[in-house]
Design a binder for this molecule. Structure first.
Ligand code: PEP
Ligand code: MG
Length: 312
């Protein structure tokens, strides 16, 4: 059924009854962006800029950064692209930042915490992003990784606006940020849920350790309850909440996320058509019912089964 449905997506994300949901791609390099555009992505919901620099031993200068970003943005001229500022540290160490070894890198100086420590590095990156936006005509917004508090969100948005970038948001991937989504929305234009890290932190289960992978299941009702809090806060604020973690790539879970109040889904390119087609085959009301059923389930398998039954 999913194969048949996958031939039916027309490239504009929407439920069968016309509730709009942007279907976007996650990219890390120019090749990804070209492939995503060819596959019909409506834009980019997550450009992981650190992927451009994983092997760099020195910080690229602003001109070199601008060129690298522009190569990724070019296929999306006129379309929305969310550029995430460097998410260095933990599983993605960047050589040029000379970070101190830490006993618990996932809980250490990573993501926005690096930027708060090295404001000069952040400001050069924001300036390169602003330049690449102008050069390519992509509708660029910027987003900070690993934000824990509304105060951090406000600080980041201030730096972005100073760099001339109008739209700025943050990732919600730390449980504290989900729990304070109302306060965070007061400071930002949008949020995007990083369900990979959000699961890791809410279950205290390292995403790189296979032995605890069952806890990291994105169908966990506890994770879905955090998504629900953010979806409600988005509705109250009248601002968008997206999902850019792996959860968005599962067509049935994507429908559940829409039912929880999420208005854009960003995923690897291979998943675009399956998710777009699934959404086109269900109503918004079914998504809401599936979400309620999943939230009430006792475990991931129960949540999946309950949601499938509503969305079949
Ligand atoms: C996430 O944490 O869900 C996310 C999208 O960011 P990354 O996988 O790059 O940490
Ligand atoms: Mg993350």
């Amino acid at each position: 059924a999913e194969t048949r449905a996958s031939q039916e997506w027309n490239g504009v994300g929407s439920t069968r009854d016309g509730h709009r949901v942007k279907v976007l791609a996650n990219v890390g390099a120019a090749e990804d962006a070209t492939a995503a555009s060819a596959a019909g992505a409506e834009g980019v919901g997550l450009f992981r800029t650190e992927f451009c620099y994983l092997s760099a031993t020195e910080e690229p200068d602003v001109a070199a950064q601008q060129a690298a970003y522009a190569a990724v943005l070019a296929p999306f001229s006129g379309k929305p692209v969310v550029v995430r500022t460097l998410d260095a540290g933990a599983d993605k160490p960047l050589g040029f930042l000379n970070q101190e070894p830490e006993p618990n890198p996932a809980l250490g100086v990573r993501g926005l915490r690096v930027a708060m420590d090295r404001v000069d590095v952040l400001d050069r990156q924001l300036s390169a992003i602003a330049g690449a936006a102008e050069q390519t005509g992509a509708q660029v917004s910027v987003m900070a990784p690993m934000v824990a508090t509304a105060e951090e969100a406000a600080w980041f948005v201030g730096r972005a606006r100073t760099a001339g970038i109008e739209r700025a948001g943050v990732m919600i991937e730390i449980p504290a940020a989900a729990l304070t989504a109302h306060e965070i929305f007061a400071e930002v234009d949008f949020v995007s849920l990083g369900t990979n890290d959000l699961a890791q932190y809410v279950f205290a289960a390292d995403r790189q350790v296979g032995a605890v992978a069952a806890l990291n299941d994105p169908w966990q009702p506890a994770l879905l309850r955090l998504v629900a809090l953010v979806g409600e806060a988005a509705g109250a604020a009248g601002k968008p909440a997206g999902v850019c973690g792996e959860a968005a790539a599962d067509p049935v879970l994507a429908a559940v996320l829409v039912g929880l109040g999420v208005s854009s889904l960003s995923m690897n390119t291979a998943a675009l058509t399956g998710v777009g087609a699934k959404l086109a085959s269900v109503t918004r009301d079914q998504c809401v019912q599936a979400a309620q059923a999943a939230l009430a389930a006792a475990d991931p398998a129960g949540a999946r089964t309950a949601a499938r039954a509503v969305l079949a």
